[in-house]
Design a protein around this ligand. Structure first.
Ligand code: FES
Length: 180
């Protein structure tokens, strides 16, 4: 059945599973007990399968970040912010807060896929503690290197995160220059 292709669309499938679960929980609760058990077992198995595939695609570090996307924005009081839309149609936002010439806090937002979430999260993390000169070194390749294992077809997500970070830095530098 068309099961394989659905499973590869990890985020969508996870969402669908949750929706199906919610939608059916009530009727099943009133229904035959073994049907409810079968359904829960099916959903659990499906979730395990999704987790296994995601772990394989992103490696352990990326998988953990996919499950728990640290540095998700927005960031109140940010000194710089940029939003860039990639050729895929997804957008990435990066927020940077500076203190004493270094990034003291950073955050990302994206309306894109799980891969862009992982890249935005690692990009924001890599920015923290860096000077503007050091931020320039955060490229798409640097983000991919930091994550380690990453799906080949989603590499552009890392470049979108890096481009957005560089745009936020650019805006910060322009604003800084104007102040002088
Ligand atoms: Fe568009 Fe990931 S697929 S940013």
């Amino acid at each position: 059945m068309g099961f394989e292709s659905e499973v590869s669309a990890k985020d969508g499938l996870k969402l669908r599973c949750e929706n199906i679960k919610l939608f059916l929980r009530e009727p099943l609760a009133k229904g035959v007990p073994h049907m409810r058990d079968d359904f829960d077992a099916f959903v659990e198995k499906l979730q395990d399968q999704i987790f296994d595939e995601t772990r394989q695609a992103f490696g352990e570090a990326g998988f953990q970040r996919w499950r728990n996307p640290l540095y998700r924005g927005p960031l109140d009081g940010a000194d710089a912010h940029a939003r860039v839309t990639g050729t895929c149609g997804d957008s990435m936002e990066i927020f940077l807060k500076f203190d004493d010439g270094r990034v003291c806090d950073a955050a990302y937002l994206t309306d894109g896929c799980g891969s862009s979430t992982v890249c935005g999260s690692f990009g924001a993390e890599m920015a923290i503690g860096k000077t503007p000169d050091e931020l320039v070194d955060i490229t798409g390749d640097a983000i991919l290197e930091k994550i380690g294992i990453f799906p080949e077809e989603d590499r552009h997500c890392a470049f979108l995160a890096a481009e957005t970070l560089q745009e936020a830095l650019n805006r910060y530098m322009i604003a800084l220059h104007k102040e002088k």
